[in-house]
Design a protein around this ligand. Sequence first.
Ligand code: ADP
Length: 397
Amino acid sequence: MAEFALILNAGSSSLKFFICKRLLGQPWELESRGQIDGIGTAPHLKAKDASGSSIADIDLPASVQDGSNAIEALAGWLRENYGGSSVVAVGHRVVHGGPHFPTPVVITPEVMDNLRRLIPLAPLHQPYNLAAIEAVAERIPGIPQVACFDTSFHRGQSAVAELVPLPAHIRQAGVQRYGFHGLSYEYIASVLPEIAPSIAPGRVIVAHLGSGASLCALRNGKSVDSTLGFTALDGLCMGTRPGSLDPGVVLYLFQQLGLSASEVEAILYKKSGLLGISGVSNDMRDLLPSDAPAARIAVDYFVYQCAKHIGALAATLGGIDALVFTAGIGENSPEIRRRICQASAWLGIQFDAAANESRQALISTPGSPVSAWVIPTNEEIMIARHTGRLLGLAGNL
Ligand code: ADP
């Protein structure tokens, strides 16, 4: 009989899943992956098998209104397709590990209490990540579950890189730079020796450009610095978050505009960034073809901030050997990659327009002093590896 491990990445309106399977005596392998989108609006389940062929494309009932309903719907789909097999472990993406969890951890009630206290530090993600853990525990009591944090990969940065320059009593309460998108960066660092062996030991900036966006400076595959900090609001302009912002603006919102804490939170997490600038969309696919002046400024600002922060991270590394693009925008938008590479030409990137348009992995010329790459990320496989390792599952992925 086959055993299954389930990997979940739960967001506010989507639930991504990755199913690993092991036959007796065999190693673990990817069985299928997919996602439920449109939770609360038009719920829909899509899945593909290990070869990438579609195995499900189903509208779900409108009653799938929240993460718990989505887990229920996924459980029903799993029963129909893999009925009679046992799930032996569940691994989760959890955005914030805070000061107490520098590495992935097996979930216990105490761990959950601790992670709930971090909800104010990641209100867009943490509540949904934790709700998925609770929903699984209710349905399969006693199943081992593992939380893998987006903050873990950045632990071990220098004291100055982690510092938030506020008084000691505030820092002692856990206010420091944590960094995020760590599962994505860890995956990229893990495949660099295979895909680009000449740059893997060197100085690499990885640009994770999705609806959340950040940069990570890698030296020999380790995180040296990143653009996200205490929360996932810092650094680059994102879909609905502003990125770096003068803290005086936040004071002004409270003191002069008289906004409440929840209004300010909504502005910072849900109404700013590409959406706030353009006034029409948080999605690069809508903005790029638009002629509307506000949409063009939104894209210009996104590229400007990426290039500016690439320069800053290059300074922390003392120069760079390579730039790597990943995530939704980084993997799928030749135009954004072109504009960022052209703005970073001063670093020594000789951009190869044809390779970029034809979706090659290497998008700089063969002789370019600094190379540029497109490498698809895979956060779920990182979660699967950590979960297998932590639970001692033989034949880990
Ligand atoms: P997340 O996991 O944070 O939701 P993703 O890495 O999946 O983010 O990226 C989603 C974003 O990628 C979308 O909001 C969209 O802006 C962008 N995107 C996806 N495909 C394209 C494309 N072909 N061109 C430009 N942007 C794209």
